[in-house]
Design a protein around this ligand. Structure first.
Ligand code: B1M
Length: 208
């Protein structure tokens, strides 16, 4: 299948065509890294830019991300076999006491679509679990929080990282509706993104 057809299928949220296209192209001997970079990443970049310009909204971004994920499920083992290096490794979780995960999942899907390896820690994640993820050797630790009552858990995680001696081994990105750039500065995180499209940009900046 032509890359253009896969791209168009992602943009219209047609997961079945994306999965079929990725399978066909792998069977035809196409390089897994090429499929990622030429067919799956470009439409996610495009949808992120459209979102930032206010030309599409969260639902469009979600359907595109779901379609991209259908292709990634097939491609991921082949990327590993081929030794294709991800842009970076990021562990994402919703902070303790908070079970909102729609935004976190969207951020994860957009990051995956951009070529990051994403470890989804889940929801209601304790400081100890974030510390453990940092110890596993990720580049970025991402904390999501949707409640004004739960985002105070973010500085608690940062303190726990310091106490465990791993704060300097990871970059910390924070986000979620009540989180702001000023809050990020106040708690000593490294990056803040207001939405999933800018989370990709911020994650790339944190690794340069
Ligand atoms: Co809740 N809820 N909720 N809720 N909920 C809000 C957040 C609320 C604003 C609704 C309201 O009152 N108007 C309010 C919070 C008020 C406040 O804190 N000031 C609220 C409340 C109060 C509660 C409960 C306490 C209600 C109750 O039980 N009395 C309860 C708390 C449960 C808990 O967590 N312990 C609760 C429960 C729930 C549901 C379970 C029913 C459900 C969650 C389902 C789920 O996530 N699986 C839910 C929902 C759906 C919402 C609303 C309606 C939508 C949230 C959402 O998914 N938005 C929300 C009201 C609203 O926002 N209109 C609300 C869409 C999503 C794509 O956006 O999550 O902001 P968002 O993510 C964005 C950015 O923030 C950013 O990128 C994302 C994509 O663009 N982002 C990051 C997010 N994480 C990031 C991380 C990053 C970077 C960017 O880096 C790591």
């Amino acid at each position: 299948m032509q890359n253009e057809e896969i791209k168009a299928a992602i943009l219209r949220g047609d997961a079945a065509t994306v999965a079929q296209g990725v399978s066909e192209n792998l069977e035809a001997g196409q390089d897994p890294g090429d499929i990622l970079n030429r067919a799956l990443v470009p439409p996610m970049v495009e949808v992120g830019e459209l979102y930032e310009r206010g030309e599409v909204y969260v639902p469009e971004m979600l359907v595109a991300a779901h379609a991209m994920k259908a292709g990634m499920e097939i491609l991921r083992p082949e990327l590993v076999k081929a030794g294709v290096e991800p842009l970076g490794k990021i562990a994402l979780g919703t902070v303790q006491g908070d079970i909102h995960d729609i935004g976190k999942n969207l951020v994860g899907m957009m990051l995956e679509g951009a070529g990051f390896e994403v470890i989804d820690l889940g929801i209601d994640i304790s400081a100890d679990n974030f510390v453990e993820a940092a110890r596993q050797g990720v580049d970025i630790l991402g904390m999501s929080g949707l409640l004004t009552t739960t985002i105070p858990a973010m500085p608690v995680v940062i303190e726990a990282l310091k106490e465990a001696g791993v704060r300097d081994q990871v970059k910390i990105m924070v986000g979620g509706a009540p989180v702001t750039e000023a809050f990020k500065d106040e708690i000593g995180a490294d990056g803040y993104a207001p939405d999933a499209a800018s989370a990709v940009r911020v994650a790339k900046e944190l690794l340069t």
